[in-house]
Ligand binder design. Sequence first.
Ligand SMILES: N[C@@H](CCC(=O)N[C@@H](CS)C(=O)NCC(=O)O)C(=O)O
Length: 217
Amino acid sequence: MIFEVLTTASCRWSIRNIVALREKQAAYTLVDVATAAGKAPWFLALTPFGKTPGLRHAGEIVVESREINEYVDAAAPGRALLPSDPLRRSWARIWNGYCDEVLMRCIYRLTAPVGTPERVDALDQFDRALARADRHVFEHAAADGLWGGEQPGLTDICYWTVFDVLARVESMADARHLLGHHPTLQRWSERLLAHPSFRVAEAELVAMSAPPSACLH
Ligand SMILES: N[C@@H](CCC(=O)N[C@@H](CS)C(=O)NCC(=O)O)C(=O)O
């Protein structure tokens, strides 16, 4: 049964899910839930939180990009995106939680205006959180390559979001420079941002609501 990613063209959280589905070689489609007046009422009726992305599969809905990817890994055939070793699997989940509950929360705090004490404090907190990840995140990773090995796993997919925000959002320039203090994360960021799976997923999302290519000429 096909997986439907319910999203909008600007919702980069859903790139996580597109990458996971591609890595599983699962059949999927993207469904644009944006309307001129916001998210479509039929979509809002499916989820208690009103956030994209959602995943519809077998008549049910799953939300939260990280949980969606756990579901995809369990429900779709294809290579496992979490380690099979129980200890490494636990650590993958611990670090995935750290990504969303610590690093991404720091990033939300960085919306404080540049030059304010809140911003200075948020930057300092982010730097300390990055330092902890830099020292420890690869302790239970695959021996070579990305966290998951040669191909991206769920931990790579989670952290791509942090690196993507730092690379893309202009107001994050000061936070982006912090990566230079953390060589393991810096290297990881470069590899993930250049990785074809993420590039293809990103292009697919952006093209989701574009008119058919014949109209563009
Ligand atoms: N933690 C969520 C974040 C999702 C999220 O913030 N989605 C945005 C769009 S990209 C949204 O729907 N925001 C509306 C809102 O926060 O009410 C996830 O990982 O899926």
